[in-house]
Design a protein around this ligand. Structure first.
Ligand code: PLP
Length: 366
């Protein structure tokens, strides 16, 4: 079977470079936050071009904490994309705010800034674009909308750690950038982990308090936070991977270029590109997506569908009152999209076998 993703290859190749730092944490006895986490936070801030970074429990909590630290809460509206992982919108809802969706651009599949602006009301307090599959959003437009309306801009950078747009790292364009280090991400922990990057001192100190039950230096709990701490073991894993990270991004890019070149001229729609993007996924589109997927599976090639149901049609958001047809670009993408195997340790012959199978399907369907 050609795996869609296989983290065990990365971990096996790292060997003691991975297990020694983890062992050191175990021996140190400092298992939550602490010096290992502080060092990781310095590394993350550097990659993101931010003054501060805070490790948190996961990317979902990063979003909820960052929104809260930006003063968003009950009765506020936050504009975001319906074509993303559930967590983007559930984090908004979890803090009592209302997710308001705007359709995506049909080519980039990122939220369309004009559509986003058109759904802003006087209750809109923030924009939350997602850099989907590692492709930067139109940040110049989002910064412009946020400034002109005097609202917050937060970036869901869960899929785009290490990406850059117009020379500026993603996560540093808005008030805060929210990252996930879930194992399948471009930089993956050995469990759940996330981070918030910001250059705003007020947001930074609020995040720091919210992460530990709203605890202030005086021991008083003036905010209702929670337990959003990151484990030192996850920090050690992520720090051990940092020196290898740029090489992994390059390996991903090499596979992505090979897919792009070999599939040009077929009926598959290929993903949008942009200098500085990271290839967290390589997603093609085809009107007969499910047939393509079955065809590949029959040849022993695993794929994935991100995302089969647009968020405005998810049962948990039925109370928001959206209907099928509200966001045609997102809905069509959810029927056509297919993610191919793409990870740094994917073997060239596995990638080429995937290409061959796709070309065979294409020839047979003409
Ligand atoms: C776009 C997006 N936002 C948020 C998250 C949530 O991150 P986590 O799984 O670390 O909670 C993810 C993770 O898959 C994601 O892809």
């Amino acid at each position: 079977m050609i795996p869609f993703f296989d983290l065990s290859r990365q971990h096996a190749a790292m060997g003691k470079a991975l297990t020694d730092p983890v062992g050191k944490v175990l021996v140190s006895g400092c298992c939550v936050l602490g010096p290992e986490v502080q060092s990781l936070e310095a590394d993350i801030a550097k990659v993101c071009g931010a003054s501060y970074a805070f490790g948190v429990s996961n990317g979902t909590d990063a979003l909820a904490v960052a929104l809260t630290a930006c003063g968003i809460g009950r009765h506020d509206e936050v504009v975001t994309t319906p074509f993303t992982f559930l967590a983007t919108a559930s984090a908004i809802a979890r803090i009592g705010a209302k997710p308001v969706f705007a359709d995506v651009d049909p080519i980039t599949l990122n939220i369309d800034p004009a559509a986003a602006e058109s759904v802003c009301t006087r209750r809109t307090r923030a924009l939350l674009p997602v850099h989907l599959f590692g492709l930067p959003c139109d940040l110049e437009s989002f910064v412009g909308i946020a400034r002109s309306r005097g609202i917050r801009l937060l970036e869901d950078t869960a899929q785009a750690f290490g990406a850059v747009h117009s020379g500026k790292p993603l996560g540093s364009w808005g008030d805060a950038g929210c990252f996930s280090f879930y194992p399948t991400k471009v930089l993956g922990a050995a469990g759940d982990a996330g981070a918030i990057a910001t250059s705003d001192l007020e947001i930074a100190s609020h995040v720091q308090r919210l992460r530990v039950h709203g605890t202030g230096a005086d021991g008083l709990h003036c905010d209702l936070g929670g337990n959003f701490r990151i484990d030192a073991i996850q920090a050690a894993v992520l720090r051990a991977k940092m020196p290898l990270f740029q090489g992994w991004l390059q390996a991903r890019e090499r596979h992505a270029r090979a897919y792009q070149e070999a599939l040009a001229g077929t009926d598959f729609a290929l993903p949008a590109d942009s200098p500085g993007r990271v290839w967290s996924q390589f997603c093609i589109r085809h009107p007969r997506r499910d047939d393509v997927r079955q065809f590949l599976l029959a040849k022993g090639i695993a794929t994935a569908v991100y995302y089969p149901v647009s968020l405005h049609l998810q049962p948990c958001f039925s109370g928001l009152g959206y209907r099928s047809g509200d966001f045609p670009n997102a809905e069509l993408a959810s029927r056509e999209i297919l993610a191919l195997p793409l990870f740094p340790e994917l073997h060239d012959d596995e990638r080429d076998a995937t290409i061959q199978a796709l070309r065979e399907f294409d020839r047979g369907s003409r």
